[in-house]
Design a binder for this molecule. Structure first.
Ligand code: F6R
Length: 609
């Protein structure tokens, strides 16, 4: 989703702004732009499409100026055109904005009545005009921004610069993340960005605005105000983003690199939650007592939701705790009834997903204890939680989630053991057995990765398909859903997933000899049931891709392909079967020549509804 950056430097900033925007590319965008101030004058360059287009533009028409703002836009209001690209300008005020101004229509008609002429279809343009109107009323830039913020409804992170003020930038945050970077001797100046990754080349001293805060920046520092306009201190921390390598290594895409990182990042995540010597889990930092907990509600979006579905199976079966699972965008509006003394768990790679955050806030109002599994420790969801369970996946740059997903599954599995022990559902011996099965996962995933070339070959046939069906039972059902989502989002092939038992209730009508059907069927207690459903597919000519540790013969029907996975404990099958569905989607997309890391229309961090 949109990314914002801003720099007050001591030398021309246009190049650094574009570099910072490159580090935000992973969030997804469809146009970009920057504006700078030089000798008091504002100038901007914008371009539709990728940052390369903006760079080409800047090569032809460079921008001078030691102060500037930049933006990658993921279109919400108005098409991804150059005119709609940020920064927007009104009477010497230039604005970049991430989020949605929900009352922009009424603000726009009000401003139009006052004679302001709109050039774009965006919600953001109202911000520039609002501030310009306040300036016309003889207010200072600080007063103009402060008073305009009061009129805005919705979620935003924004940065504003002003003609005639070569050493001033004002930022504000409500809902969307906003990081401030403090320069040093090597990189003098001040920086702002949607996250610390954008600022990593310049500084690791970072402060985060809280909801409702706004900040006045000069080259010398930052003065922060809270929503009551009181001056306030926000702590400065040392960001780890500089240490994190954000490149593709020897891989063609970030997604491939991240798929291959899974054995390492799962090991790292496991070592955070597991005492290997004692073969037990360690959640001693948690304040939640699961022994007396009546219910756990889980809410999340997309891939994180599928992790939550696996979590429900794990926590109910091995932890003995009833779990509700919801898609966060549904949860937040259906006003769910929450159990007294209950707890809610939010799963989010970014920790910024608007629907998950809103669901969290609802649960807080309902006096639920809040637990979250996040990959970004400084994120809004983490900061709003009573207990945070980090996934140690490192930055995930590919828009399609892979390593964050399996790290979420890892944390959920370890948590299920902890809950089972607290509730007396599993004993010490069972805990050791389950812990050992988890410790095996990185090695087993490496074994699946060794099948990569075979999966690459199989994907050739998938890339010819118009539709693909995924089937699975038990924990393989959410993996089937995750497989279908991965394929859709990066190859643009229509894919659907069904619980294998649902097949005969409708979707079987779709089966013919042109329909690839991917069956996720580890040899577990539901294997025979899944095999029966698979045979129903075979009887109707469906092209079966069988993902299983069982033999080809045990399928008992014709298979187009068999992807062999290693034998494993049923507790960890979801972690193993996740890998072939990721690889199938990845190679299919590669064969189709799509933009694997930044698929069309998608954003990494979904900070709007
Ligand atoms: C799909 C994908 C998305 C995210 C979803 C939630 O590959 O990545 O479906 O899982 O947008 O994002 P987070 O986990 O950041 O809350």
């Amino acid at each position: 989703m949109c990314g914002i950056v801003g720099i007050i430097g001591t030398s021309p900033v246009a190049g650094d702004l574009v570099d910072a925007l490159k580090r935000l590319e992973y969030r997804g965008y469809d146009s970009a732009g920057i504006a700078t101030l030089h000798e008091g004058k504002l100038a901007r360059r914008r371009a539709k499409g990728k940052l390369k287009a903006l760079e080409t533009r800047l090569n032809g028409e460079p921008l001078a100026g030691n102060l500037g703002i930049g933006h990658t836009r993921w279109a919400t209001h108005g098409k991804p055109t150059e005119v709609n690209a940020h920064p927007h300008i009104s009477d010497g005020v230039s604005v970049v904005h991430n989020g949605i101004i929900e009352n922009f229509k009424s603000l726009r008609s009000d401003l139009e009545k006052d004679g302001f002429v709109f050039e774009t279809e965006t919600d953001t343009e109202v911000i520039a005009h609002l501030i310009a109107r306040e300036l016309k009323a003889n207010k200072s830039p600080q007063e103009a921004v402060r008073d305009s913020l009061g009129s805005l409804e919705g979620a935003f992170a924004l940065a504003v610069i002003f003609e005639g003020h070569d050493d001033l930038m004002i930022g504000a945050r409500r809902g969307s993340p906003f990081a401030i970077g403090f320069g040093d001797e090597d990189s003098p100046g001040m920086y702002i960005g949607s996250d610390a990754i954008a600022l990593a080349p310049f500084t690791n001293k970072v402060s985060y605005l809280e909801d409702g805060d706004w900040v006045v920046l000069t080259g010398q520092g930052a003065t922060i105000y809270n929503e009551k306009n009181e001056e306030i201190e926000r702590s400065i921390s040392t960001s780890m983003a500089q240490a994190l390598v954000v490149d593709k290594g020897n891989h063609r895409h970030f997604m491939a690199k991240e798929i291959h990182e899974q054995p390492d990042v799962i090991s790292r995540t496991l070592s955070h939650y597991i005492d290997l010597g004692k073969e037990c889990v360690d959640f001693s930092s948690l304040s939640i007592d699961f022994k007396t907990l009546p219910r756990l509600s889980i809410a999340a979006c997309g891939t994180a939701y599928y992790a939550g579905v696996v979590g429900k199976y794990l926590i109910e079966q091995w932890g003995g705790l009833p779990v509700d699972i919801d898609i966060a965008s549904e949860f937040r509006y259906r006003e769910p009834l929450m159990s007294e003394g209950g707890a809610a768990l939010f799963i989010s790679q970014s920790g910024e997903t608007a629907d998950s955050l809103a669901s969290l806030k609802y649960c807080k109002q309902q006096n639920q204890k809040i637990l979250s599994i996040v990959n970004v420790n400084e994120s809004s969801i983490a900061r709003e939680s009573d207990d945070v369970l980090p996934t140690l996946a490192g930055p995930e740059i590919g828009v399609a989630s892979t390593k964050a997903f399996t790290c979420q599954l890892t944390v959920l599995a370890a948590l299920a053991i902890h809950i089972g022990r607290q509730r007396g559902v599993i004993d010490e011996a069972k805990e050791s057995e389950l812990v050992r099965s988890l410790v095996e996962v990185p090695r087993l995933i490496s074994e699946v990765l060794a099948y990569e070339e075979e999966i690459d070959r199989i994907s050739h046939s998938l890339s010819q398909a118009r539709d693909v069906l995924y089937l699975g039972r038990g924990m393989s059902f959410p993996i089937a859903m995750e497989g279908a989502l991965k394929l859709k989002e990066i190859s643009y092939i229509h894919a659907e997933a069904y619980a294998a038992g649902e097949l005969k209730h409708g979707p079987i009508a779709l089966i013919d000899e042109n329909m690839p059907v991917i069956v996720v069927a580890p040899e577990d207690r539901l294997f025979d049931k899944t095999i029966s459903n698979m045979q129903e597919v075979a009887a109707r000519g469906g092209q079966i891709i069988f993902i299983s540790d069982a033999t080809r013969e045990s399928a008992g029907c014709d298979l187009a392909h068999h992807i062999v996975i290693p034998k494993c404990h049923e507790f960890v099958t979801a972690l193993i079967t996740a890998i072939p569905v990721q690889l199938l989607a990845y190679y299919t997309a590669v064969h189709m020549g799509t933009d694997v890391d930044q698929p069309r229309n998608l954003a990494k961090s979904v900070t709007v509804e």
